[in-house]
Write a protein that binds this ligand. Sequence first.
Ligand code: MN
Length: 623
Amino acid sequence: MKENSPLSSAAFKNLATSERRFVPSSRPLVGHLPTIAITPVADGRTGAFEDNVAKTWAMVEKVHNLISRHVTLPDGTAARVVVAPEIVYGARTAAIAQEYYVKQGVSANIWVSRSWSYSDELMGAAMGLGSTEWQQAAYGLNQTDRPGAVWLKAFTAAMDEKQRPIFCIYSPDLEDENQPLSPFVSERLLRFARAAAAVAEMRGKNYLGVGGVSMGIIGSDVRRNLMQQYLGMGTVSVDMSALRGRMDRGVYDHDELDRAFRFMKKNMNLDFGKGKRPMPGADLLRECLKMTLIVRDLMVGNAKLADSAVGRAQGFKPDVETAQGCNAIAAGTQGQRQWTDLYPNFDVTESILCSSFDWNGHRAPYIVATENDSKNAIGMLAAGLLTGLPQLFADIRTNWTPESIRKATGKDVRKLCPRGIIDKRNSGAGALDYAVNAYQIAGVSPKASAQELAAAIRSSPKVQERLIAMAIKHTTYMGANLTYFPGDGLSSHYTTPGGIPMTAYRYNAVGDLLTCSVVEGETVELPREVAAHISAVTDATWPESYWTPRDMTSFEYMSRIGPNHDANSFGLIGADLIAFNAMLRIPVDMHNVPASQIFRPTMWDRFGGDDFRACEKLGPLYV
Ligand code: MN
């Protein structure tokens, strides 16, 4: 059949009479797999071209292998890498690459060269459909016989003039082509490819707001147009009455609810609280798990809800629309107070969904923000996609200097945390992975990257099993504080171990501008008496995480961070987040990342390194 042959009237009749159903997708969410093109370019002159062919392809092969082995989405799927059908050396070969990339649905492009080529005239390879949204990088070999830098500088200058941002990759030291890619070049290629894959993965997917604004918190005011213009994401809002409706009418998988309930009863430490409680413990747990299944189904859909046999057996009305879900890659639950004044809070829902496991075993974490703080959810989504690791939603609760700790407890912690700590306990929900030192469990050095930690966990069922067992062991679900939560709930209580590298981040809306703050630091394990005191005077049912920033005091962090919430990731991922934000033209308003690690498109240098001016000039990516 010819590619452009029109549909027959029989085909239309077929469409018009077929019944809709839940169409399964290859991954939980529907969307094109992030696809990164590699475009080799070379000098087109006869003789020069032939001299370069083999060595240019050898470079491409190295880049291809590096990215396809090490750039992975949180569910373990590798990013797609495609390579131009032939070396691009002129306008026509560029058009061949362009045609191919359009068919492949490319969203990022890495140009690779070891030689001179007619830089600006090869732009055709980046003029395909949607190419203004592509993330671009260029890697030029540092050597002397055909200096790659000459092409690289000519090309990035051409891109700057077009205001098409491009990341420039060039080794500080001369490279040996017979050796593997240098660590410097590999790190930059991976940083670019991971950030580009994250940008592509979130594009076209949705944020799901369950409920509205929680207790006047501006973060939970979902800014639909900012989501769309900066992140390329849609927004879906579902009133909490939809949740009530599904709970009351039994619209969830009852078999899975039973399985979840048995798992929690058998494995979890449960402390339903003392005195008169709104409902018996077992009922409370069951309600919390129902909410968990329903929020997940609202996010990613559930084929069972459309299945009439399942509906008949379990007593709910099957419905194709209900089964679809919102194709949501991130969500937030309002909870307080309209829901939590009456019903159990979302602590089980958020803590389990944000963890790397549930009753079905190890899986990619979901992104679910407390209090529908969508601006914190964005950060959790970015960091989750960049690392593949679960993220910790936090309240920025109290700044404790060593002096305040000494006054309150008599203990001297100046050696342990000379710059002070932030008490990051969220009001009851935290991913259970933060109850343990995941580096230790995976046998990975804390100096390793977050992505190396994720790979070690992903590749070993033994490590996953141990992580799940330890996280469960160190967590207790505790009956919620009824003053805050009259409808009850089960808070995930644990204490994050110390010495874990942890990056805090936060997105802020300032009018129609989005900014991001990124601060690296590490967790602190306080002496038992000190932690006990802080818990007793704050809330003992909530998850405790104490954190100290690097090269700044906790007070400076407290003073300069925007709102009442931040979120946190295992690992030092500041440089990854800075590259990611540059791709989306979101300026970083505060960070403590060493200058040598900062990697942004060359245009930023033309603006004197001023992130705000570069981002303002370019504007949000999807406007
Ligand atoms: Mn809060």
